[in-house]
Design a protein around this ligand. Structure first.
Ligand SMILES: Cc1cc2nc3c(=O)[nH]c(=O)nc-3n(C[C@H](O)[C@H](O)[C@H](O)COP(=O)(O)OP(=O)(O)OC[C@H]3O[C@@H](n4cnc5c(N)ncnc54)[C@H](O)[C@@H]3O)c2cc1C
Length: 392
């Protein structure tokens, strides 16, 4: 396998370059309409780009110093689910504003009693004529306070076993009955929220796919989430990489402490393994194969890699780094310090590291499945202390 992308003379690369020359400061809408926000999406929203073309476009956009509109949940996992199962009307209404960033999306899945065991969710949706009436509580809803729309899971049939009575909705966040309360994390940032839904009336046309078939769509969403948030940067693929920390160490004249050197070398090796796993996913996709076990390995490795990287950066800030905002080896704290404080979240969101290991154990290694005493039992009659099944 050739690990390098095609060079400057590749016609696909040249085509993107010419477009960028003609549009040196493209608006979000221009980028979206050219298909450059999600090139792998089908037309008219994307370019049906194969993964190599997609990587080439990513490289060229980065080289031109252009940022795509920020809408992580919209572009990363709500949009792909609507593409997969939405009606034509839903695709026409929602996909372009996702790509342009004109409508931000959040994900109303987790609840106080339904995190890893997501199928235990108890938010209820009751059909009344041409509406559903929703009551319940969501938690950890990232960006709810900045979003116009959310993807929402709610239980439409409590008499069915827990995975079978769930439906998938599109929820405008300004619908009467929605209350959003901020939760501050320990970086001091307000990124997630509690969301309370009290007699929230959603038109039946906001149901995605069929009633009671929402669990299979939730799995599509979670699959896309796991791939979207697992790149080489320390926080879900974004931000500093092991190569950045090596540059910091080099600029400071190298590391004298052999234990620190060893940790940095290990991180570099890990980041190379991660790069190859990502390329393996790409290669499989080029061959038309679905992502295999490497997608779960990739999510688990990249989360834990991010944690180790930010912990080492903090250790390299020295003892003073415990008390003050300080970057590694006397650098500006910037992203490093924030990243360190954020690290506990990295292995939780999108399915915890333990849950990923369970998935690998059961679906890759073929070990016996975790026992769920509520398997097949109507959700309304489940044992309250049920052990969890897996988020996804
Ligand atoms: C930064 C951040 C952003 C988030 N954003 C969103 C969002 O936008 N929308 C949304 O819906 N949710 C969001 N979440 C919630 C996230 O999906 C849940 O936190 C996650 O699924 C874990 O659920 P929980 O917090 O209820 O923990 P629990 O499920 O209660 O787990 C507690 C601990 O027990 C372990 N555990 C649980 N079950 C098992 C098992 N079967 N085997 C082994 N260990 C197990 C877990 O690994 C964990 O360590 C976000 C979380 C974070 C941290």
């Amino acid at each position: 396998m050739d690990f390098a992308l095609p060079g400057d003379d590749d016609p696909r690369r040249q085509q993107v370059r010419s477009w960028l020359e003609a549009h040196p400061e493209p608006s979000p809408r221009e980028l979206a309409e050219a298909g450059y926000v999600a090139p792998h999406w089908p037309r008219p929203w994307g370019l049906e780009a194969d993964p190599i073309t997609q990587l080439l476009i990513d490289e060229e956009i980065k080289r031109a110093g252009i940022s795509r509109p920020f809408n992580m949940i919209g572009t990363g996992w709500a949009g792909p689910t609507i593409l997969h199962a939405g009606s034509q009307e839903q695709k026409d209404r929602y996909l372009m504003p996702i790509l342009t960033g004109e409508e931000m999306w959040c994900q109303l899945f987790s609840e106080p009693e339904a995190g890893s065991d997501l199928a235990n969710l108890s938010t209820r949706a009751v059909r009344e004529g041409d509406h559903y009436v929703i009551n319940g509580q969501k938690i950890w809803t990232s960006l709810a306070h900045e979003s116009q729309l959310g993807i929402l899971l709610a239980r439409t049939d409590p008499s069915a076993p827990k995975h079978e009575g769930i439906s998938y909705f599109i929820c405008p966040m300004d619908t009467p009955g929605i209350t959003i309360r901020p939760i501050l994390d320990m970086t001091g940032m307000h990124s997630f929220n509690e969301v309370f839904l009290e007699n929230v009336r959603l038109p039946a046309s906001n149901l995605v796919g069929e009633e009671n078939k929402g669990w299979s769509l939730a799995k599509v969403t979670l699959g896309n989430e796991r791939v979207s948030i697992s790149g080489r940067g320390a926080i879900w693929g974004q931000g500093s990489t092991a190569a950045d920390l090596i540059e910091v160490a080099k600029s400071a004249g190298g590391l004298k402490d052999p234990a620190m050197r060893q940790r940095l070398a290990k991180l570099y090796i890990e980041s190379e393994i991660l790069r190859l796993i990502i390329l393996r996913t790409v290669t499989a996709a080029v061959k038309g194969e679905q992502p295999g076990p490497e997608a779960s390995v990739r999510k688990l490795l990249s989360d834990e890699h991010g944690k180790r990287l930010l912990n080492l950066a903090k250790d390299l800030a020295g003892a003073g780094g415990m008390l003050a905002n300080r970057g590694p080896l006397g650098t500006e704290p910037g992203w490093w310090d924030f990243g360190f404080l954020f690290t506990p979240a990295i292995t939780l969101a999108g399915g915890t590291a333990e849950v990923q290991r369970n998935i690998l154990a059961e679906r890759v290694l073929g070990l016996p499945r975790e026992v769920d005493p509520d398997e097949g039992v109507p959700w309304s009659e489940r044992g309250r202390q049920a052990t969890t099944t897996l988020n996804g």
